[in-house]
Every structure is written in C-alpha cells, then in structure tokens.
Design a protein around this ligand. Sequence first.
Ligand code: ADP
Length: 407
Amino acid sequence: MPFILTINAGSSSIKFQCFEMKGEARSDAINQDSKPLAKGQIDRLNSLNTSLFYERHDGVTSQTNVPQMEYGKIFRLIFQILLDPDKGILKTLNEIQAVGHRVVHGGSYFAESALVTSEVETAIQQCVPLAPLHNPYNLGGIHACREVLADVPHVAVFDTAFHQTMPDYAYMYPIPYHLYEKSGIRRYGFHGTSHRYVSARAAEMLERPLAGLKLISCHLGNGCSITAIDRGKSIDTSMGFTPLEGLMMGTRCGDIDPALIFHLVEEHQMSPGHIHQMLNNESGLLGISGMSSDIRDLLDAPSNKRAMLALNMFCYRVRRYIGQYAAVLGGLDALIFTAGIGENAPQIRAKICEKLGFIGINLDEKKNQDVGIEKAIHRADSPVQVLVIPTNEELMIARDTLRLIGG
Ligand code: ADP
C-alpha cells in the first residue's frame, strides 16, 4: 500500500505521521477525513530520558526509551518501528511514496511548498541565520530521511510560505532600508500551514469560495499568532522576523517596547543572552502569573490575582489584534479559533469576543461550550461567523506532498 510520511523535526522532539494514499496519487486521495495509519513522537532529545511514543490506527501503542545518539541516526528508529512486524504498518520501505518535511523558515525564497533538490536544501541552509533554533534540525531531518529513502521524492512545507503574500507595507519594519536589502530583516510570520489549513476548512464549512472571504484566524497554542486572510491570502500576521513578536504567549512576551531591552541592558546589567531567555521562556502567561504557562492551570486558579491578570492580558491582546485586522481587511466574514487554547478553552474565546459585537462578532454562549470539535459558535443573527476548527498541519503537509509529486 502506498504511504506518505510526514516529518516534523525539531531540536527537542521529532514527530512523524504516516498517511495512506487511497488509490493513485490524486489531490483528493488524502481527504479531510484521512487519519494517519501510524504516528509517533521522539521526545526530550538531548536528555537522558529520550523516549519514542508510537501509536497505530487500531490502538496499538508503545513507549520505548531511546539511547543517546547522533541526531541524524535517530530517524532510523522511525523507519524501524514502521517496519516492525508486530507494531508496524509497512512491509518494506518501498511502500513510502514520498516524505513531507515541515521547515520553519523559507525566508523570501519560498512562497509555497517545494520538492527538495540540492538548490532547495541550499536555500533552506541560507535561512538558518533567520531561524537558528529550527532550520538546522529541519534540514537534519531532510538529510537523514533522504539518506534512507534516496529514490523517493521529499517535499519541504514552510511555516513562513503562506505569509509571503503580505504586502511590503505590512512586512517591512520602519528601520533603515539597507537592513532589509542586505540582511533580509523584515516580518515573515509563522504558523502558516495552520492558518492555511483552517482558512481552507472555514470556506468549506461556510460553503463559500475562499476567494470571496475575509477571515481572521487565531492560532492560540503554546505559541500564538493571528492572521488576516483576504480571499485566501495572508495580508498580515502577528509574528514577525521571529516568532517572538505579536500576541502574548505561554512563555513568550509578544509585542513590547523595543527600548525595554536597552533599559534592561543598561539599568539591570542583563546580557543579550539573558534577555533572550527571559523574553522567550520566562515571559507571557508564565511570566505574569508566576505559576504556569498552561492556560488550564490559570483557569483553575480564579482566586489568584496574577493568574487572572495573565488571562486578562492574554485575551485583551488577542482582541486588540482582531480589531486591527478587521480594519486591515476592511470587513470580516468569519473569525476562526484553533490550536490548544483556541480549540479547548471556551472561557477564553468568550472573553476575547467580549465587546466585539460592534464589528458583528456575537458568540452563542451555549454553542461555545463544546471543546475540541469543529463547530460554528456564533449566534444565528451574528453578521460575522465564529468557527472553531481543530488545526491539522500534518494533513496539510501530506496533501502538499501528494500534490507536488503529481497528485
Ligand atoms: P503547541 O503550540 O505546542 O502545538 P498546543 O496547540 O498543543 O501547543 O497548545 C497547548 C496549550 O493549549 C496548552 O499550553 C494549554 O494552555 C492549552 N490547552 C490544551 N488543552 C486544553 C484544554 N483542554 N483546555 C484549555 N486549554 C488547553
């Protein structure tokens, strides 16, 4: 049976899913209802507790400890488990028709997914300075998998690609122009595969062509970003040169006054490395609450003032961006919530939508109570539709892979 393998290779984890291609390679062969036949995750790389969690479609699961080994060699464990006579789904590696790789940064080189060639690898390598914590691992995954599956097409699917349609006045920073020309310093945006997936699903749910819709999608997970999508194209997004800009997140600060950094250097004697660590890993919900980066913990602590402040700030900042993007779009047909918080936290969705009646966003309290399912949650008389759409980046990677190999 032919399969498409998706790989999401990061610094601390490697995730994979294996989709069955139904029949010949056709663009609809991996449809909305396609579930992976097998998936897994190698977690806590670079620790003594590295483990491989695996799950087959029929409920067979396993968890094994992984000894320390070179990054490139770890990928062999994925092929091993997929070939395992008891737990696996493959008889031979020849059943894998193509591999889709998530790549975080495609710079200005890639406005869409690409078949991996040596030129494409070079371009991904050239984007390493833009995403030093991600692209080297994404490339490591591509190299390792190409070594094992040399005769199979590999496809790179970029987090930044969807946002390449932003106009220059949205992606430029108002700083000296040569920094853009010489060093590519501009806004790129991230979570593009997720925003692209949910916007396409929204059009299907609304039974209207994407080309006629103005959408705002809120990807609220550990990392959070919001995108203004005009007729299927991203025209602005909250993350920028790095995923630190924009919304308040689990541990990331989002938008702050850049002069704060000089203040911290000069008045608090903090080093650039220390500030980087603080703004990326010790800020956001965790930094304000002092207790957790997980919204569930904060919701469970209603008498904790700082937890409540963190939640108020989080929702306020999302609402502020929704207002901005409604103005940027010049109207709005639907607001989309996705990712861990967007899909599962009705209280947060309700708080974000408070006061947005004036732009036509009216939540239905009862419909909003459901969690984790695809659903419209607006009132029948609401001019703007509000949709919860569980994201599925892997499905998008598999579909792009199939399309690029001629589906
Ligand atoms: P990532 O960005 O790592 O992919 P997710 O999209 O899985 O993250 O989102 C993780 C966050 O989603 C958690 O930190 C938590 O705040 C929130 N979350 C997950 N499940 C729930 C739930 N059942 N109720 C409320 N919030 C949830």
